[in-house]
Design a binder for this molecule. Structure first.
Ligand SMILES: Cc1cc2nc3c(=O)[nH]c(=O)nc-3n(C[C@H](O)[C@H](O)[C@H](O)COP(=O)(O)O)c2cc1C
Length: 353
C-alpha cells in the first residue's frame, strides 16, 4: 500500500504529522514522535512576543550598562549569549534535524511584520525544512476593519516570503468573510500551504469565583467538520498544499480529511490524551480502512470527496443547510407544513445560489 504524500514540496512517507505542541519541547520528545511514526514534526511555536521581549530586555540591559560605566558591559553576556529563548529554540531545531530523518517544521507565531520575522531565516539555517506561520490574531479592537485584519495576514506572509526561499505554510483561523478569497490571497502572497484551522483559545467563566478561566480543552472528533468543509471546498483550486489540524482522534478522521483533499493530517490532542504511541493507531486505522475499501494509495483517495468530485457539490453550500434544517426530526417538533423543495429551486435557476 502506497501511503506517500507530498506536503509543502516535502515527500512524506504517509500523511500523519505531529502538529505544534509541547510534545516537541525537548529533543527526546521529538525523537519519540519520530519513533512512534510521525512522518513530519511541527515544533511548538516561537512567539513574536518572546522574541521582542528578549530584544527589548537586551536593549535595556546594554543601555543600562553604557550609562553607568563601561566595565559593567562585561558583566552582561554578549548579545548572542543572551538570547536564551529564541536561541535555545534554534539549538533544538539544529539538534532535531541532525537526529531525525523526518522533516522538522519550525513554527513562528506572530501578528506583525516587524523584525522578529528574521527568525524564519535563522530557523531554516538551523535545519528546519519549512516554516509554519501561525497568525493568531483576535481583532478585539472595535475599529479595525475586516480588510485591515486580512492585510495583516498578507503582510506577515509577504515579509517572511521575502526573507526565505524554503516552503511556508500558514496556520490560520476560519473567521474570514470570504475564506476562499483569503486563501487565494495568502497563496498569491507566497504561502506554499495552508493549515486549517487554528483552534481559538476561548476562555470560560467560573461562576463560583466570578473569574475568567484561562484553560484549554483537548479536541474531540466532531470538531473536524469546519476544516473538513473548507478542505473539501479548496481542494484542487489553489496552488498550495492543504493540511488539516483539528479533531483527529482515530483513523476515521484521518481518512475523512484525506478524502476531503488534505495533503497532510496533523494531530496533537489525541497524542496528549493517549501518548505518542497513538500515532501508530492512527496510521493502522487508516491502513485498515483503505484495505477494506480497496484503496491502494493515498493519492487515489486524496480529494475524492472534495466539492468538485462529489455527486452533489451543493452539499457543501447553503442548499444543504436548508435541507438539513428541514429534515431534522425529533419527537418534540412537528414536521414542516410546506417544506421548500430546495433542489427544484436551484435547478430551475442555478444562479440563485
Ligand atoms: C497544549 C497545546 C499546545 C499547543 N501549542 C501550539 C503551538 O505552540 N503552536 C501552534 O501553532 N499550535 C499549538 N497548538 C495547537 C495544535 O497544534 C493543534 O493545531 C490543535 O490542538 C488542533 O489539533 P488537535 O485537534 O489534533 O489537537 C497547541 C495545542 C495544545 C493542545
Amino acid at each position: 500500500m502506497d501511503l506517500k504524500t507530498t506536503y509543502l514540496g516535502l515527500e512524506l512517507k504517509h500523511p500523519i504529522v505531529a502538529s505544534a505542541s509541547p510534545l516537541s519541547r525537548t529533543l527526546d520528545g521529538i525523537r519519540r514522535m519520530e519513533d512512534a511514526g510521525a512522518s513530519a514534526i511541527v515544533m511548538f511555536s516561537l512567539f513574536e512576543e518572546q522574541i521582542r521581549y528578549e530584544n527589548d530586555s537586551l536593549d535595556y540591559l546594554t543601555e543600562a550598562g553604557t550609562e553607568t560605566f563601561a566595565e559593567s558591559l562585561t558583566y552582561f553576556p554578549s548579545v548572542q549569549d543572551y538570547r536564551v529563548g529564541p536561541d535555545s529554540y534554534l539549538e533544538l531545531i539544529r539538534a532535531a534535524s541532525k537526529a531525525c530523518e523526518v522533516p522538522i517544521i519550525a513554527s513562528l507565531n506572530g501578528v506583525t511584520s516587524s523584525g522578529w520575522i528574521e527568525y524564519a531565516r535563522e530557523m531554516i539555517e538551523a535545519g528546519a525544512k519549512a516554516i509554519e506561520l501561525n497568525i493568531y490574531y483576535i481583532p478585539a479592537d472595535l475599529t479595525i476593519t475586516g480588510r485591515e485584519v486580512e492585510q495583516r495576514y498578507i503582510d506577515v506572509v509577504k515579509a517572511v516570503r521575502s526573507s526565505i526561499k524554503a516552503p511556508i505554510s500558514v496556520k490560520l483561523s476560519p473567521f474570514f468573510s470570504s475564506m476562499g478569497e483569503m486563501a487565494t490571497r495568502l497563496v498569491a502572497a507566497g504561502a506554499d500551504g495552508l493549515v486549517l484551522f487554528n483552534r481559538f483559545y476561548q476562555p470560560d467563566f467560573d461562576l463560583d469565583e466570578l473569574e475568567v478561566i484561562p484553560d484549554m480543552e483537548l479536541s474531540t472528533a466532531n470538531e473536524i467538520r469546519l476544516p473538513l468543509l473548507w478542505i473539501a471546498v479548496l481542494h484542487g483550486r489553489l496552488k498550495a498544499s492543504l493540511a488539516a489540524t483539528r479533531g483527529v482522534q482515530n483513523g476515521t478522521e484521518v481518512v475523512k480529511y484525506l478524502m476531503a483533499g488534505a495533503d497532510a493530517v496533523m494531530t496533537t490532542s489525541a497524542l496528549l490524551r493517549n501518548g505518542v504511541g497513538h500515532l501508530s493507531t492512527l496510521l493502522e486505522g487508516t491502513r485498515i480502512w483503505m484495505e477494506k475499501r480497496g484503496y491502494s494509495s493515498v493519492a487515489q483517495m486524496k480529494g475524492s470527496m472534495s466539492q468538485s468530485k462529489v455527486a452533489d457539490p451543493a452539499a457543501f453550500e447553503r442548499a444543504n443547510y436548508i435541507k438539513v434544517l428541514q429534515s431534522y426530526k425529533s419527537p418534540y417538533i412537528a414536521a414542516p407544513q410546506r417544506p421548500v423543495d430546495i433542489d427544484s429551486f436551484y435547478q430551475e435557476a442555478p444562479l440563485r445560489r
